[in-house]
Write a protein that binds this ligand. Sequence first.
Ligand code: CA
Length: 228
Amino acid sequence: MPHILIVEDEAAIADTLVFALQGEGFTTTWLNLAEAALEFQQRTPADLLILDVGLPDISGFEACKRLRRFSEVPVIFLTARDAEIDRVVGLEIGADDYVVKPFSPREVAARVKAILKRMAPRASEPAVADGGLFRVDAERVQIHYREQLLVLTRHEFRLLQALLAQPERVFAREQLLDALGVPADAGYERNIDSHIKSLRAKLRQVAPDAEPIQTHRGLGYSYSPRSA
Ligand code: CA
């Protein structure tokens, strides 16, 4: 059974989550400090974290940034504010979803299930896929291009992985959001362009004259092996 780590300093909120998640058959651990959660995740990795943004020691955003240095575990943020900026900041830091307080614990449990389901096919993809000049190692979250390791953010990795998996397919921004595991209503579409831009800059450092990622004006992006 998947193990869910709840990081929340309000006991009443944590209790309702524990109850809802255990009702769905998940096992849970509840911690009220971010530092303790990071330690826990290093020792005994949970399958998903539910992370409150307003924690007493360090913020959930900061905790997620630190978490991403050693873990790709899915994260759902709990926040008291419904500002789009928070959503975008959260997704940029590497959260997988967002829930605004007050929330329905059953709704959170449903999202936990959805995220774990979404992650599952990735695990069954071949560990190392050979895409011509690219080599994708899904388990290590690494991509080599022309034998050189690319230093990618998590979002850049997922974007490139999605593009490489289907050469010549034109992906709309919404479809790339899906590849990132970002909900389409998060107001995040415009960020795709900046991720593609930084991805291209990294590819250009390896091969200045190649243009493996093609822009299709008004449509989206594709990977072109002929231009790699
Ligand atoms: Ca709090």
